[in-house]
Design a protein around this ligand. Structure first.
Ligand SMILES: [Zn+2]
Length: 230
């Protein structure tokens, strides 16, 4: 999965100014972002509403950059394959919302995308190890999904450690992503726990220089990332 070659910082466009989305995507591309994270919320699975397939299609039309779609929506079995067909690089669904996550992973891959599975902070990781054998990415939520700017929940790092161990011992073949509250302090802990890809919203978009913020986050994560694999 070279587009997500770890350690990777994935800027979340949830924290962008939606009226200037194109401009901001271009700016982050110029700054060296290699993939984008798009948070799709439906006001049902989570109490917030962001954007949906038409906006994702518009982003995909303007750029070749890999898009990581994080679908915080009900009934992903029905809706998620459309994002894969539109050309998203990785389509992540919530295990709490999926009716048949194994078949859904097959549908996403058949439509040409990588398949990602997200788990909320309160969801038990061990229950889904078998399901994760069908997935390319695991998204560990480090805040309750729904809003940006929340505080990082360090206790979820146990899930990242377990996943890392299962990957290192060959039981799973996936990249571990983390989403929620990632900043200069928390990214180091996450990298140390074995996370490969770090979604960063406010830490990038609220920075005076978003380009420099991405670079600084990557530079902070790299030694801990390397250490976790030593
Ligand atoms: Zn997300």
């Amino acid at each position: 999965m070279s587009a997500f070659a770890p350690p990777q910082v994935l800027p979340s466009v949830m924290s962008a100014d939606f009226l200037r989305l194109g401009e901001q995507v271009d700016a982050l591309l110029a700054a060296g972002a290699r993939a984008f994270h798009v948070d799709v919320m439906d006001a049902h699975f989570v109490p917030n509403l962001t954007l949906g397939l038409p906006v994702v299609e518009s982003i995909l039309k303007t750029t070749d950059i890999p898009i990581d779609c994080h679908l915080m929506i009900d009934d992903p079995d029905r809706w998620a394959p459309g994002y894969a067909e539109a050309g998203a690089y990785n389509v992540t669904v919530h295990v709490e919302a999926a009716h048949d996550p194994i078949n859904l992973a097959k549908d996403l891959r058949a439509a040409g995308a990588k398949a990602g599975l997200a788990i909320k902070p309160g969801t038990n990781f061990d229950d889904y190890v078998e399901v994760l054998k069908h997935y390319d990415t695991l998204l560990v939520m480090s805040v309750e999904p729904g809003f940006g700017g929340q505080k990082f929940m360090a206790e979820v790092l146990d899930k990242a450690r377990k996943a890392r161990e299962l990957v290192d011992t060959g039981h799973l073949k996936l990249l571990v992503e983390i989403d929620g509250g990632i900043n200069a302090e928390t990214i180091e802990q996450a990298a140390e726990a074995g996370v490969d890809c770090f979604v960063a919203g406010s830490a990038v978009y609220n920075a005076e220089d978003p380009a420099q913020a991405i670079e600084a986050l990557r530079a902070t994560a790299t030694p801990a990332f390397t250490h976790a694999r030593a």
